[in-house]
Write a protein that binds this ligand. Sequence first.
Ligand code: 4UW
Length: 544
Amino acid sequence: PPFWFSPITGIYSSKFPSIHLPVDPNLDAISALFSHRHHGDAALVDSLTGFSISHTELQIMVQSMAAGIYHVLGVRQGDVVSLVLPNSVYFPMIFLSLISLGAIVTTMNPSSSLGEIKKQVSECNVGLAFTSAENVDKLSSLEVRVIIVPESYDFDLIRIENPKFYAVMKESFGFVPKPLIKQDDVAAIMYSSGTTGATKGVLLTHRNLIASMELFVRFEASQYEYPGWSNVYLAALPLCHIYGLSLFVMGLLSLGSTIVVMRRFDASDVINVIERFKITHFPVVPPMLMALTKKAKGVCGEVFKSLKQVSSGAAPLSRKFIEDFLQTLPHVDLIQGYGMTESTAVGTRGFNSEKLSRYSSVGLLAPNMQAKVVDWSSGSFLPPGNRGELWVQGPGVMKGYLNNPKATQMSIVEDSWLRTGDIAYFDEDGYLFIVDRIKEIIKYKGFQIAPADLEAVLVSHPLIIDAAVTAAPNEECGEIPVAFVVRRQEATLSEQDVISYVAAQVAPYRKVRKVVMVSSIPKSPTGKILRKELKRILTKSVSS
Ligand code: 4UW
């Protein structure tokens, strides 16, 4: 057998030598981040205005903002603060400042509905939020103290128009007592539905964030022929999701790379931004790759001269997209990566994906990570070439779910193994291929949608007796949520009524996009929704 697989234990190990992670139990992720020395110049650049701050300035601003947050806002170690923010240069500054104080950050998608924000605010016990103007009313109605984060980088203007934020950011308060932060303390609570049920808070510790920075981002950069600090990354992925957060906010800032931040993804803008800022690396989700390829076909190749690498993840990438991209931009390296919120994005990354067959692989296990491929009927551990549920183990794996020991016990099994809910196999060279998903989550453009969350909204409708949600494949978005609905007998409820009802209560990306009226929901004797059966009904209704 290869050195990276043991037929006795069934354990796959990383092909890379282990990386020495800091052993001091009293270490916070921000001290670890800023302890790295590098040659970096510009750290964060706003793609719209070109406003930029250097790595040195970033460090100073984080210190001064932490002091402002401590003295002006009274935030203390262990307090949970929410970021309900679109991408901006301020996002990393605020995140790093809060974490450095030992506060716990919970991120929310800025398009979240009042109901979604309410759930997270109450579960996490959020007292303060940093948010953009459009979410102020929602948060205030929940009695959360709000700090509005400006869109502008004109500090003279901010001093007049938003003196509160200015005071937090710029006033110099000098001394902040440094709390004792342990690596095992929780730093962030990210939301994910895991393998089943509603969305849950994923507890990520300082140790998890450090592991993600070292094993995912810094390790990959160490494999390039050129130094990581010379790269210019485009951050169009949402920083509120684990992929953007661990890559841009932690890993790349520690490397000294330059990050050009886009408020939101737009394919035409992206092309201008790539040319203007000479972007070298562009991490994407599959729909972004598709949109980029489409746009690139009509554009002179010179525009993409600087681009070296595009990395895709968070959802499966079809072979068709891969081939199309490689034909359109043959000089650009395409890799895939795989990770989860529950693993702090640590998982696999593609390296030297020289053969076309390898492009559809999500790459090799990160250093210090181990995996098992488990046969779901017999429970046995499978060797290379065999498909089963992927389990992973390593320092990126979360502490557990917030206030939910049962869900934690179901996800982290045999002491330390995280069940991914993905069906996968390793090939004879140790490359991982994700082939299916057995967990319930729907991936819409790489974002998670928990069927259970939508089902709860659906059955709250007075005319709906029962409901179930599953995914339908969709070329542009990967998957879209489809609702199966059982109406009250006398009810005149249309498919459009159902779509509108849900749309009013969830973030736009999570809305139901198709409705199938049924007379009953297929369930097991114990009342569990038979999702496979739903999928079957769906395929039948499409093909007939
Ligand atoms: N192919 C097929 C993939 C893939 C995938 C993820 O929302 P979460 O919890 O987290 C993410 C994290 C994505 C990510 C992390 C680190 C990294 O290097 C990278 O590379 C580009 C991406 O999406 O959803 C986790 C679930 O998303 C699916 C899979 O089902 C996983 O359990 N998923 N990446 N390349 N499916």
